[in-house]
Design a binder for this molecule. Structure first.
Ligand code: SF4
Length: 655
């Protein structure tokens, strides 16, 4: 820790730290399954600092011991308003297990990478303990784990559908998506005496609650019940389309999901079930944050350090992001395997240049900073400043992606504002170089619109990116070579990657730079057959790549890829889709990545994939719909969004 920070500069984590502040009570206690890192990329810190700035007394209990006598849950007593659960920057199961369901070697969000400091499903484990100890205190869920389990979803690790996580946990409410606004409003309401664990407010946007009795309004979307989804995979697929569309609309509708069938025994749902809640109610989200609101969140007085209690211990995720700065939220890519769509949505909110510069100056002051920013990015690196030209059209738009299947003609793809930010950062004394570690959308760079100024800016950006912001290896994510599979992934045709690679190589030649492109690929994505992987091996070999950045598709909750994988249907067309599911099928696909390795287990080594496995045209073969849930946000390291991962790349892949 920098010597300039005192213990009281952090949110308190112990009774002693409360006393140091002279507090004899707290308003909100947050239980976090990640280590407490006081940084704007760590969700518990963001919520804690947001509440603190509004005048509330907040404490954080990071990684409480859930065994024994629950002393970590008792040590600060009961809060005046509510308990909050921050289960971590990643889904706990993604954090813990690989796609093959093997235990990972370390937990990136724990000191020294220890993986015995968080339970599976901390949302459920912590809530049950708190409800046992303090049944009358409201428990509010936040974070990716609860956000992406707000309605019926497939859980890959249990290999079954689970209902809204409020049912499994016994908590009172979920704040989904980015939690600052709903959490603040909730605190205000509780503070004014409105609400309790048995009577929580029902009109707060971006929250989810269970209700016994509800009369759907005309403009509500009523999903198939959980019970129906258990019986019928098509119903589950149909539900997902609505959830994704509403998560990406400026003015969304309320979503209702009955837990049991409305036709149950010929009676109405509410009369059929008397003692258990019958409905999940998902209030529509707040409109996207404004620049001023986002600046205010990033300008909170973070120390940017792990709490002093971790002195000397390595927190891998912190090491990755301590010299990086996040410049926007949201992503309009809509990649099928990515959780951003259902969590942050597609509208981009940018920080102002001033706010970004202010944070970069803070980084420059860090004692071990040597002048190199590891990332100046966001969920995707180059969406900063982009939005629809005609906002009225965007207000009515339901598309989950602004760039797939084609770039929307209404989208302003001008990179000038982003270039201004890069240049302002690079001009700061103390910055030797700013790297772009977040994934770059090359389809936006290649796009030629009617706006000549935007086209010129894209070319300028491409050259500047390659000459000034690449650390020798530029990571990009074509994800596959088969256009059919890419369509399922909602990614651009592979030809665009080849076009971008040609530009990259030409600029490197002209500028005498020895740099490489590192492509990312995924195997076993829904729609991908073994023959598609053979084609991938042949094409990447022709292009001279020995692949390192690869991963096997992991179904994580509430992505369209997961829902397709589990149900066997495309949620939009309801056409059957094949997915490789068994460990044998998945391994057979994965092996094609490593055709160049001398591995006796690899049936494809030592010969040309072109000869032995020539690509074949694949029909859309119907799939035996079977079980299942993904961490493939090849997005940046904002732990408030879920990260991609794989064995090679770790869990922090960006795109
Ligand atoms: S109208 Fe176009 S730019 Fe606007 S939100 Fe829809 S897809 Fe995106």
């Amino acid at each position: 820790m920098s010597s300039e920070y005192r213990l009281t500069d952090f949110l308190p984590t112990t009774k002693k730290e409360l006393e140091l502040r002279g507090w004899d009570y707290v308003d909100v206690i947050l239980f976090s399954a990640d280590a407490y890192v006081d940084h704007p990329s760590f969700g518990a810190a963001v919520i804690g600092r947001t509440l603190e700035a509004a005048g509330y007394r907040v404490a954080i209990v990071p990684q409480p011991d859930w065994h024994g006598d629950y002393r970590d849950f008792k040590k600060l007593g009961r809060p005046r308003l509510f308990f909050g659960i921050a289960p971590g920057c990643m889904d706990s199961m993604v954090n813990k297990y690989t796609a093959a369901r093997r235990l990972r070697s370390e937990d990136a969000y724990s000191p020294d990478g220890r993986h015995d400091l968080r339970p599976e499903y901390p949302t459920i484990v912590y809530t049950k303990i708190l409800k046992q100890l303090y049944p009358d205190v409201p428990v509010i869920l936040g974070g990716i784990e609860a956000s992406l389990r707000r309605v019926t979803h497939y859980d890959y690790w249990q290999d079954c559908l689970r209902p809204c996580i409020l049912v499994d946990s016994g908590a009172d409410m979920i704040t989904y998506g980015m939690g600052e606004k709903p959490t603040l409003e909730l605190a205000r309401r509780f503070s004014e005496g409105e609400g309790s664990a048995i009577d929580i407010p029902h009109d707060i946007p971006q929250t989810v609650y269970l209700a016994d009795d509800i009369t759907p309004r005309e403009d509500d979307i009523v999903l198939h019940s959980h019970e129906e989804c258990l019986r019928d995979k098509r119903a589950e697929a149909e539900n997902y389309r609505h959830v994704e569309e509403q998560s990406n609309m400026m003015h969304a509708q309320r979503i209702l999901q009955p837990l049991r069938s409305l036709k149950s025994e010929g009676r109405s749902l509410t009369s059929a079930i008397s003692h258990q809640p019958s409905w999940v109610v998902v209030n529509p989200p707040y409109p996207p944050m404004t620049t001023a609101e986002l600046d205010a969140s990033f300008d909170l007085p973070y120390t940017r350090q792990p709490h002093p209690k971790y002195k000397g211990k390595r927190i891998p995720a912190y090491d990755m992001i301590k010299f990086s700065v996040n410049i926007h939220r949201g992503c309009f890519g809509g990649c099928a395997f990515c959780t951003i769509s259902a969590h942050q949505g597609k509208f981009i909110t940018c920080r102002s240049k001033e706010s970004i510069i202010k944070e970069v100056k803070q980084v420059i002051q860090m004692p071990d900073f040597k002048g190199y920013l590891s990332d100046l990015g966001g969920p995707s690196a180059n969406m900063y400043g982009m939005h629809g030209r005609n906002l009225n059209a965007c207000e009515r738009c339901k598309r989950p992606s602004c760039i797939h299947p084609q770039i929307c003609p209404n989208l302003d793809t001008n990179h000038s504002r982003l270039l201004e930010v890069y240049r302002a950062v690079d001009a700061l004394p103390g910055i030797k170089k700013s790297f772009i570690g977040s994934g770059v959308r090359y389809d936006l760079l290649l796009h030629r619109s009617k706006d000549e100024a935007a086209n010129r800016a894209a070319q300028e950006y491409t050259r500047e990116l390659i000459t000034r912001h690449v650390s020798g290896r530029l990571k990009v994510a074509p994800e596959h070579t088969s256009d059919r599979v890419l369509h399922f992934m909602r990614k651009p045709p592979f030809q665009q990657f080849e076009d971008f690679k040609r530009q990259f190589d030409r600029i490197c030649r002209e500028e005498h730079l020895n740099q490489q492109i590192i492509p990312y690929f995924i195997s076993s994505h829904p729609g991908c057959h073994e023959q598609d992987m053979a084609q991938l091996a042949a094409i990447t070999r022709r292009l001279g790549f020995k692949l390192e950045q690869v991963q096997d598709f992991t179904p994580t909750p509430m992505t369209i890829a997961t829902e397709t994988w589990y149900t066997g249907y495309d949620p939009y067309t309801l056409e059957p889709v094949f997915s490789a599911k068994t460990p044998k099928e998945k391994e057979a696909q994965r092996q094609y990545f490593f055709w160049y390795k001398d591995n006796p287990q690899n049936p494809h080594n030592s010969h040309s994939p072109q000869k032995s496995h020539s690509p074949q045209k694949q029909p859309h073969s119907p799939q035996k719909p079977h079980s299942p849930h993904s961490p493939h946000d090849h997005h940046r390291t904002d732990p408030r969004s879920e990260k991609p991962h794989d064995e090679k790349r770790g869990r922090h892949r960006r795109h």
